[in-house]
Design a protein around this ligand. Structure first.
Ligand SMILES: [Zn+2]
Length: 459
């Protein structure tokens, strides 16, 4: 199928960051063939395109990348956001995850993917419970996905019940095995749309030995690595107490780091950690919105200044990347005290080209250029909130005033998945209905369990 988007504004995110006023973009199959001025493209392609999309008053952006997310935890939404860290993770999220059947996980993931596609996300890094069924949801929803099954060797029961870290090799073996099975099942599916990562869970719950083995498996399978990094203040201290090193050095010594590494959150980093990540050419997923809800702000400007590549993630419970861009800008300004930094363009880079670099996909996605995969979104700017619109404020208007409600079209690899503001890769209404039913049932099963756990903790 070929599509000509004609007469819109095109934010290319190319090397020169070109914005084309009265631009057009032509897609054939899964690739972008040409991006340029409407006057040049229309005579060449309008007659032969299967589909001509009028992009007047619309702005085309490269599809956004969400490089840290747990789609199955959608089922916790509206409860875990207002709990303490401990209650959220070991109370609510653990209870909900345990109460979910594989089918519940499938529905939660489907709904999360629909929500992401409708906010302009075309690539997601996803992990959670029942990952085989969550992976099936990625295949079915049409989103571009990097799946991983997290694993650890610290005994979760001991942490949950006594706050004690005990590293048990058999737990690590079992988790690593499942992670490898996920890669073997999904890596490369649908002509490479589905890929995988190795995802040891976090630096406090994985021993250096397990991290070493994770890296070996990642290299053997030809996939990258991701881990939760310093997402709370307990984690670095546990690392230091157990292994004598802060998380950065601990991972570096285990050989885990490299250009294919994404550390998620990266809030409680010290100068040594930042230097270690920079010298190993690592990437970080900045999950601005969930961090802010937990009363944290990550040191993003320090990381970028040191040379770390920073992309954006939604993490749990909500999946709207445009909201994350907004909070990322506000959080950075609150922390830095400078109303000019970051520029809206810097935030957009995080959601696009930086995300693609983190996944080693910078030659494929993250910008609108000839030869790249046709991951394209179209935002309707014919709205009060974007008016007046002139060449200078196109990006700024999205970051300051934009809403995912205005994402009119989302295309992944040349396939239209959102059209006229509606998910058309499947039956949106039926997916919402089924996810509502299964989600409410999960809450009914989990409610008593988390109340018991949280009450126990309070004693
Ligand atoms: Zn996470």
């Amino acid at each position: 199928m070929s599509i000509l988007f004609k007469s819109g504004t095109i934010v290319t995110m190319s090397e020169g960051r070109d914005i084309i006023w009265d631009g057009s973009l032509y897609v054939e199959g899964d690739r972008i063939v040409e991006v340029g001025k409407t006057a040049d493209l229309v005579p060449k392609y309008e007659a032969k395109a299967d589909r001509v999309v009028d992009a007047t008053h619309r702005v085309l952006y490269p599809g956004f990348l969400n490089i840290h997310c747990h789609s199955t935890l959608l089922a916790c939404r509206g409860r875990a956001e207002d709990a303490s860290n401990w209650d959220a993770i070991w109370g609510i999220m653990a209870s909900i995850s345990e109460a979910m059947t594989p089918e519940d996980a499938y529905m939660a993931s489907m709904l999360a993917h629909v929500e992401m596609l409708k906010s302009g996300v075309t690539t997601v890094v996803d992990s959670g419970s029942h990952m085989i069924r969550a992976g099936d949801a990625a295949v079915d929803s049409g989103i571009r996905a990097f799946l991983h099954q997290t694993f650890r060797d610290a005994d979760p029961v001991k942490i949950k019940e006594q706050g004690i870290y005990e590293y048990i090799p058999a737990i690590g073996d079992q988790g690593l095995q499942r992670a490898v099975e996920l890669v073997e099942k999904f890596q490369g599916q649908d002509r490479g749309r589905i890929q995988c990562l190795m995802g040891p869970h976090a630096t406090d719950v994985c021993s250096p030995d397990l991290l070493q083995r994770a890296r070996r498996e990642a290299d053997r399978l030809g996939v990258g690595v991701t881990i939760h990094l310093a997402q709370n203040d307990v984690e670095p201290q546990q690392c230091k107490d157990a292994w004598g090193d802060w998380p950065g050095r601990m991972m570096e010594k285990a050989g885990l780091l490299g250009p294919d590494f994404i550390g998620a959150h990266a809030i409680f980093l010290n100068d040594e950690d930042i230097a270690v990540l920079a010298r190993n050419h690592c990437s970080v997923s900045h999950n601005a919105q969930i961090n802010a809800k937990r009363a944290h702000i990550a040191p993003v400007s320090d990381m970028i200044e040191a040379g770390i590549n920073v992309g954006l993630g939604t993490d749990n419970m909500f999946y709207d990347i445009i909201e994350v861009m907004k909070v990322a800008q506000i959080a950075w300004r609150l922390r830095g005290g400078d109303p000019t930094q970051p520029a809206p363009e810097t935030v957009l880079e995080m959601a696009s080209i930086n995300g693609s670099r983190a996944l080693g996909m910078q030659d494929q996605v993250g910008s609108l250029e000839a030869g790249k995969l046709a991951d394209v979104i179209m935002i309707n700017y014919n709205r009060p909130r974007y008016t007046p619109r002139v060449q200078e404020n196109v990006i700024s208007n999205l970051i300051h005033f934009g809403t995912s409600n205005d994402v009119e079209m989302t295309v992944v690899g040349g396939r239209i998945l959102v059209e006229d503001f509606t998910y058309i890769g499947g039956d949106e209404e039926a997916i919402v209905d089924q996810a509502q039913q299964s989600g409410a049932e999960v809450w009914a099963r989990a409610r008593e369990d988390w109340s018991r756990r949280m009450a126990k903790r309070k004693k």
